[in-house]
Write a protein that binds this ligand. Sequence first.
Ligand code: THG
Length: 367
Amino acid sequence: MALLSPSRRIRRTPFSDGVEAAGVKAYTVYNHMLLPTVFDSVQADYHHLKKHVQVWDVACERQVELRGPDAGRLMQMLTPRDLRGMLPGQCYYVPIVDETGGMLNDPVAVKLAEDRWWISIADSDLLFWVKGIANGYRLDVLIDEPDVSPLAIQGPKSDDLMARLFGDEIRNLRFFRFGWYTFEGRDIVIARSGYSKQGGFEIYVIGGDIGMPLWHALMEAGADLDVRAGCPNVIERIEGGLLSYGNDMTRNNTPHECGLGRFCNTETAIGCIGRDALLRVAREGPVRQIRPLTIDGGPVPACEYPWPLMAEGEKVGQITSAAFSPDHRTNVAIGMVRMTHWKPGTRITLEAPDGAREAVVQPQFWN
Ligand code: THG
C-alpha cells in the first residue's frame, strides 16, 4: 500500500515520537489524527496483548468538553441513555443519535462534575453536532476540544504496571470509574476502561507536554513485565464484540440494530434528541442486527468494504469486520444480519473479495 503524506490535517499526537521509536508499522487515521494499527504483526501484537501489558497511543479518542450550567442538560439531550443516576467519577458508554435515531457516535461519557463533562469520541466530527445543538437551543455551555489525550494501558499485567507508578490503591479502581492522580506534579485522570477485553486503564493526559515523559516512565517501570507499545487489535476487538463506528455501524443504523439497546432508556431519557424515533424502534424491534459470525476457509483478507451476505440471490446482510483468530483457529467477524437469517447456526453465503465462502451466525462473541 502507498504511504500517507503527512500534513496538518493528519494530526500527530503527544505520543507519536514514542510510537515511531517503538517501530510502528502501520497507521490509520481517526478523528483526523494518527492511530497506530500494527507494531510487530497483527497476530504477534494480539498474543502479546493477551499475555502481557501494552501502552496504546489512543490520543485520537478526542474529548468534546462541555462546561457550564447547561452541560448536564446538553449531555442528556445528546444520548438516549438515562444519565440521572450518573455521578462524578463515573464513565458511561453512550450511544449518540440524530433526530431519526441514526447513530452519530458511540463515545464514552466522562462526568468530571455536574457542570463539566468529557465526551471521548469515536471517529466522527461530533463537535459540530454538539455545537449546533447548544447554539440552536441557546444553552449556557462552552464546548471545545481540550488538549487531552488518552493513553491506554491494556493487558493482564496492567494493574501491576499501573501500581508501580500510581500506587497500589489503583488496583481498587472499579470498571468505568475514574480518579484524579498526579504525574510529575500535573493532574491526570485515570479510568478503568479501554478498547480491549484484556483489562486495563485509560490515562487522560492533560497537556501534550507530559505525553512523552509519561510514555517513558511507563516503559521503564514495566521493562520486566515485557511492556510494549501496542494499539487496538482488530482480532481481539472482534473476539470481544467491540464495535467500530464507521465500520460496523453508521448513521444508517439505530442503536438497537447495533445491539446497543441496553444503553437506551428511551422512556426515561426525557429531552433526548431522537427519542420519538427510538420509542418506535424500541417498541417494534430491529429487523436487522449486529451478529458475531465465523467465516469458513483460510485466513480472510482485511475487510476494507462491507462484504455482502447472500441467500437465494438476495442480500441478507453484510460483514464489516473480519480477521483470522489464532486462538479460535477460524475467521471471526462482525456483521449486520437480517432477522430472517440471524438465528445462531444459520449458514449464509459470503461474497468475500477472494470468492464465495460460508459464514455461520454465532450465539455470542468470544469472551
Ligand atoms: N475509550 C475511550 N474513548 C473511546 C473508546 C474507548 N472513544 C472511541 C471508542 N473507544 C468508542 N467506542 C467504544 C466501544 C466500546 C467501549 C468503549 C468505547 C467499551 N465497551 C465495553 C463492552 O462493550 O464490553 C463496556 C461497555 C459497558 O458495559 O459500559 O468499553 O475505548 N475513552
